[in-house]
Ligand binder design. Structure first.
Ligand SMILES: [Zn+2]
Ligand SMILES: [Zn+2]
Length: 415
């Protein structure tokens, strides 16, 4: 099924808190070692459809089209205080790329940050904001030879270093030098050199920018399904029907699983049915906690529980429900990040005698980002269907208000 959109996440890895990099004149990394040179090309780029064209000879001179001096950009000042302001258009430094943002998409993590603040994600205020984007190359810094002006691209909001012990083990989301980037809610976005080198991808010509911007959340979902070891024929229960719950459903279906999805709000549950959930449980009627866990188990072979449960709500009590809904020997992936400092209590019997595996998945890796782009581009995962509508950058706050009222799933922000 091919999708064309009709024109109209976060916690810290095991290596310590991620460093913060922001877009507009982004802060150089102030702690941790500098980014080393990457040793290998980004995985997943071997596919010729996604191989960047080398269309300019190497040059030491930065190049730029005609750029304005100032732009509009959303900046986070405090919880519930996000302003669209005029700021200078940043000039790309060595290895950096300046994008003219075509679209940015709203994200549950951004909504959380808007409501409560998110120092780890956003850095000191006024902070650039937004991390799901697709754009057009507007200027390149010294040493950038693989991107041409006007080329359409999608990028991740981080890049692993490729050299630390976590990266060497393929656990790039735990990279010791992982930096989380923000600044997509703006007319122009400055992409840091590590992302340019390792996590920036050309768009296939017929792929809508709005669909491409969803690579970031889809990459997180593909990462979780991979991490949880979902196999063909598994019954996978997904707790949560937010954008990530729905992308987890699509990712688990792509892996050949039968999915039981629990959530609320008819619009989201309808989409879950369209995306092939075998069973959709509305928690408004099933209830939560033990009754919900039982309702899930009732939908599994022999009532034993799901082979894999993925929690995509981010509340400790739902983590407990996830464990209770899983079968002995099954896997529980605790994907939804809970508020800082929260704890859960787990029945030791469920872990030891019933041999469950409990694990967490955080963020994405370049290989999952590349896989997300491939799945969106070939229509395997019609992520664009998550988009409820488009809004202007100046109306960003109204999109958060709509999401808070439960209206819509994701909004495209057009600068
Ligand atoms: Zn996101
Ligand atoms: Zn690393």
């Amino acid at each position: 099924m091919r999708t064309h959109w009709p024109g109209s996440l976060t916690g810290a890895g095991g290596g310590g808190p991620p460093h913060i990099v922001s877009s507009i004149g982004y802060d150089r990394i102030t702690h941790g070692a500098p980014w080393p040179r990457l040793r290998s090309p980004p995985p997943g780029l071997a596919d010729p459809r996604y191989t960047a064209r080398v269309n300019t000879p190497p040059t030491d001179q930065p190049s730029a089209g005609a750029l304005p001096a100032a732009m509009r950009a959303a900046r986070f000042h405090a919880p519930r205080d996000v302003r669209v302001e005029r700021v200078p258009v940043p000039a790309p430094g060595p290895g950096e790329v300046l994008l003219r943002v075509l679209v940015a998409t709203t994200c549950g993590t951004d909504l959380k940050a808007y409501r409560r603040g998110h120092p780890l994600l956003l850095g000191p205020p006024p902070a650039p904001f937004g991390h799901e984007y697709a754009g057009e190359v507007a200027a390149v810094g010294r040493g950038v030879t693989q991107w041409a002006l006007g080329q359409r691209v999608v990028g991740a909001n981080s890049a692993p270093c490729g050299a630390c012990s976590y990266c060497a083990r393929g656990q790039e989301s735990l990279c010791e030098r992982l930096a989380l980037w923000n600044g997509a809610y703006a007319e122009y976005a400055l992409v840091p050199a590590p992302i340019v080198a390792r996590n920036l991808y050309p768009l296939p010509p017929d792929l809508a920018a709005a669909s491409a911007a969803l690579c970031e959340p889809l990459a997180c979902a593909l990462h979780a399904v991979d991490d949880a070891g979902v196999r063909e024929g598994d019954t996978v229960a997904i707790l949560g029907s937010g954008p990530l719950g729905l992308l987890l459903l699509a990712s688990a279906r792509r892996a050949g699983a039968r999915v039981v999805l629990c959530g609320r709000r008819p619009e989201r549950l309808d989409l879950a049915r369209r995306w092939g959930a075998a069973v959709v449980l509305d928690t408004a009627t099933t209830g939560e906690g033990d009754v919900q866990a039982r309702a899930i188990r009732d939908q599994t072979p022999g009532g034993r529980g799901a082979d894999v449960v993925i929690e995509a709500v981010g509340r400790p009590e739902v983590w407990a429900t996830a464990v209770a809904a899983s079968r002995p020997g099954g896997t529980v992936d605790l994907f939804g990040g809970c508020a800082h400092g929260t704890t859960v209590t787990i029945d030791t019997h469920a872990l030891h005698y019933e041999a469950r595996t409990l694990k967490g998945t955080f963020h994405h890796t370049p290989r999952h980002f590349a896989a997300a782009l491939a799945a969106i581009a070939d229509g395997t995962i019609p992520a664009g269907e998550l988009i409820t509508g488009a809004i202007a950058l100046d109306d960003l706050v109204s999109a958060f208000a709509r999401l808070e009222r439960g209206e819509g799933i994701k909004y495209v922000v057009r600068p």
